[in-house]
Every structure is written in C-alpha cells, then in structure tokens.
Design a protein around this ligand. Structure first.
Ligand SMILES: C[S@@+](CC[C@H](N)C(=O)[O-])C[C@H]1O[C@@H](n2cnc3c(N)ncnc32)[C@H](O)[C@@H]1O
Length: 329
C-alpha cells in the first residue's frame, strides 16, 4: 500500500518509522539489561516503532498510547504476537500518569513521542487532514471528540482565526486569510477542504502564489487547534519525565518548530542547574535531574529523507534521568 504526504505526493515506502535505528540506539542503554523494563510509546500510531522496540528488547513491556481508536485497533493486530508485552491505552498523551497508575506501573525505563499525524490518518479522506484532495473538514485525531475543523472554520470569530493561523501556522497572510474565510462563510458554511483552499487561493496576492501549497500552514494551524496539540504537549513531556526512572530515557521526534520549542524548553528545565548564578555548591534541590543525549536537534540523514519524505522535517531530542528517581521521591 502506498501512502501520500499532505500535499498528495506518494510517501513510499509507507509507514517507515522515522529515525528508527537512532531511536532504538538511544533507548538501548535503558532497556538492554537484566530484568524487566517498561516503555511508553506515547504515539503508538501503526506500531512501527513499537514493534521494533518489542523485537529488539525481549524483556521490555510496551504501553502503547494513542488518542485514535483506529490506530490502536490496527497496531493491536500488528502487535498481537507479543501477547502481554504489548499493553494498549486509549488516551491523550498528557494522561500518561493516569495510564501508568491504571497499569500499576510507578516508573518507566523509556518514553517515546513521535509527534503529529500518522500516514494512515493522512491517507484516509474521511479523517479530513488533506489539503490536496477534497475531503470534509474534520481533522480530529480522535473521532469521538466533538470539535472538528469545520466548526473552527465556521464558528470562530475572525480575529481568533487570524490568531490561530498566525501562531499555529506561522502564516504571514493570517489576517487576510481569516478575513476571506469570514466573508465566504457569510453566504454558506464552508464544508470541504477544496472550498477552503479555493478561498485561500483567491485571497493570496499573485506575487506570493509560488510559495508552496496555499493550504499548508492554515491546515497545520487548524489541525493544532482542533486537537489542542500544543497545550497537550506542554503538559505531556513534563509528565513523562516525572515518571522516568534513573537511567531511563525519553526520546522525542518533532516535526515543526512549535512542537520542537516546547520539547526543548521542557527538557532544558530538567537538564540545567536551577542554582543561582555564582553559587559555589550544587544541592540535591538545584542539581539537574536529566542529562541531554542529543546536541541541538539532529535531523534525519539525506538517505532516510529520500526513502521517507516525512523524515525531512524531523527534529530529535532525547534525555536520560541521572537523579531523583520517582520511586524514591
Ligand atoms: C506519527 S504517528 C506515530 C507513528 C508510529 N511511531 C509508528 O511507527 O507507527 C502519531 C500518532 O500519535 C497519535 N497522537 C498524536 N497526538 C496525540 C496525543 N496528544 N495523544 C495521543 N496520541 C496522539 C496520532 O493519533 C498518531 O496515531
């Protein structure tokens, strides 16, 4: 089966987990050891990373979290051969503490976040993520939730739409696009992605028509708003770090600068000393509890990007707990 990226280009081969070997190598020191260990895959998706973790680390149990019930069902079929070593959890990833409490797990040796939408979600027209095919404006990662992109586009005040396009889409034409949407919806509600793209196209000055697909940033913004992606991530990374045991590792793959900034800040809060400048001694309270495992935010190698276009925008960050094990807190 071939996949498509949001612009409709084939993304073959499908479902290749991004930075797979690097991710496994980063987790290895925490999982390649005597005795059982637990990993949370906070973004299970189709279970590509999860399957590789379960294969490579035979003493590891993996708790696979996803807010999309369809992803959980498909990943569940794929991971069935691992029996009790795979534990599915339908949840938004800021609920990792509740998921672990339910599983009776105090702390874990690894957490993986592979952020964003899956190729399966992009491929399914009825999920409404595509701006290159005419699909209903939905974009909910969990179809059980109530707010759709159609509701955002038709019901939000124009000034809120402008703010969303500007902040979540980093869209320079945010005000202009929001006004155009506001005018268009006065006649009839905007229902489909092609209609929205048409409105954006007509509102784009000729000189700016060549800067990539007109829907790219606006659709990203709508997706983030519909799923409250950034505020959930702000809570989720600290929650995951809190439940990571000493020697345990947290690996995050982000795909745009807004996500990466949140991850960078959350990791920095634990990896630098909080002692006032010039204080000669570090105390247990001020010493960093994690150390960074990555320098900057490494990207995928050219070869991987050729094989897997989704890897083109990835930024990797990872950290290891060095003190303050949650089990002794
Ligand atoms: C990029 S895919 C993960 C792909 C996976 N690593 C693989 O190898 O198959 C991201 C998945 O995370 C899920 N997801 C995104 N945000 C989430 C959140 N806040 N809570 C739970 N799941 C989320 C999406 O539904 C999607 O299935």
């Amino acid at each position: 089966m071939n996949g498509r990226d949001p612009e409709g280009r084939p993304s073959t081969p499908l479902h290749v987990p991004v930075l797979l070997e690097t991710t496994l190598d980063l987790l290895a020191p925490a999982l390649d050891r005597e005795g059982p260990s637990t990993v949370v895959d906070a973004t299970l998706g189709l279970g590509g990373h999860a399957e590789a973790v379960l294969r490579r680390f035979p003493r590891t149990t993996l708790i696979g979290v996803d807010r999309d019930p369809d992803a959980l069902r498909r990943a569940g079929e794929r991971l069935a051969p691992f029996g009790e070593r795979f534990r599915p959890a339908h949840a938004v990833y800021d609920a990792i503490p509740e998921v672990l409490d339910r599983e009776g797990v105090a702390s874990v040796e690894g957490v993986l976040f592979d952020l964003g939408v899956s190729s399966m979600q992009l491929d399914q027209d009825d999920r409404g993520f595509s701006y290159s095919r005419d699909v209903p404006l939905d974009m909910r990662m969990d179809p059980g939730e109530s707010r759709t992109a159609e509701a955002v586009v038709n019901e939000y005040p124009v000034k809120d739409l402008a703010q969303i396009f500007r902040v979540y889409g980093e869209e320079k034409l945010a005000d202009r696009y929001a006004r155009a949407v506001g005018t268009a919806r006065e006649a009839t509600p905007i229902r489909g992605s092609a209609e929205l793209v048409g409105i954006l196209e007509r509102a784009t000055p000729a000189a700016l028509k060549s800067r990539g697909h007109v829907g790219k940033r606006v659709f990203q913004a709508l997706r983030i708003e519909v799923n409250r992606e950034l505020e959930v991530l702000e809570r989720a990374v600290p929650a995951a770090l809190d439940r990571t045991s000493t020697g345990g590792r947290v690996v995050v793959l982000s795909y745009h600068s807004l996500e990466d900034r949140i991850v960078k800040r959350a990791l920095a809060a634990r990896t630098v000393s909080t002692a006032p400048r010039g204080l000669p001694v570090e105390t247990d309270e001020t010493a960093p509890t994690f150390r960074m495992l990555t320098r900057g935010a490494p990207k995928a190698a050219d070869g991987e990007v050729e094989r897997n276009p989704r890897a083109a925008s990835v930024r990797l960050r990872a950290a290891e707990r060095i003190r303050g094990d949650p089990r002794t807190a």
